[in-house]
Design a protein around this ligand. Structure first.
Ligand code: ZN
Ligand code: ZN
Length: 215
């Protein structure tokens, strides 16, 4: 497998320009510790960038900011104001905070009245009730975390997965271009080589794609 985005990959993703710009901006990373998740972007052009950034960070393994293990030093959760059944959205998680300080304006932070049952705040910053929480855009500290958690190699591959792209050799037309030697595949790994009904209308099969398996 090669690393770095190829021209064909870029062409494929120009339909998602705002996201791609963000990806290039990150120019990062690797496979998240918990494996990969697929995020759904049904109408990529219509998704607000903050939502996309938020979802991509989830896909990379990040939790909500107010779930941080050290959050009680920074915010108060008003359980009485939370919608019934939504309390678990406010649970704490044993997070690795990667040496970064708590960020009230993280794109991963809930808003002050998220999941409020009565319009009153569900989260309040300690020491400053007027502190704005959350953000519509990714912040510098969000990016620093991604950089610290990941190296600089497989990120393009993984982000293309997160955007919904399959491996190149899974393309529906792959049999015209490659032969899969099923007898040589490790037991249990055959499904990694399955074919998928892909939309190939944007590009030809590309042997050097960052989404193509190596030999
Ligand atoms: Zn979220
Ligand atoms: Zn992959």
């Amino acid at each position: 497998m090669q690393f770095g985005l190829s021209y064909a990959n870029l062409k494929m993703t120009t339909i998602m320009t705002p996201i791609v710009l963000f990806l290039l901006f990150l120019s990062l990373t690797a496979i998240p510790p918990g494996g990969r998740q697929y995020i759904s972007l049904q109408r990529p052009g219509c998704v607000r960038s903050g939502v996309v950034h938020h979802e991509i960070l989830h896909a990379l393994g990040f939790h909500h900011e107010q779930s941080r293990s050290d959050r009680d030093r920074f915010v108060t959760i008003n359980y009485a104001n939370i919608q019934p059944g939504r309390q678990r959205n406010f649970r704490k998680v044993q997070t690795n905070n990667l040496g970064t300080s708590y960020n009230y304006r993280s794109v991963m932070h809930y808003r002050k009245t998220s999941f409020s049952r009565n319009g009153l705040p569900t989260i309040v910053a300690k020491g400053n009730p007027n502190q704005i929480l959350g953000s519509s855009f990714i912040t510098y500290s969000d990016i620093i975390r991604v950089r610290r958690l990941y190296g600089c190699r497989v990120v393009h591959h993984e982000i293309l997965h997160a955007l919904g792209f399959h491996h190149e050799q899974s393309h529906s037309d792959r049999d015209k271009y490659v032969t899969i030697n099923h007898t040589n595949i490790q037991p249990g790994k055959e499904k990694n080589f399955r074919k998928v009904q892909t939309n190939n209308s944007y590009t030809d099969y590309y042997y050097r794609s960052v989404m193509h398996y190596g030999e």
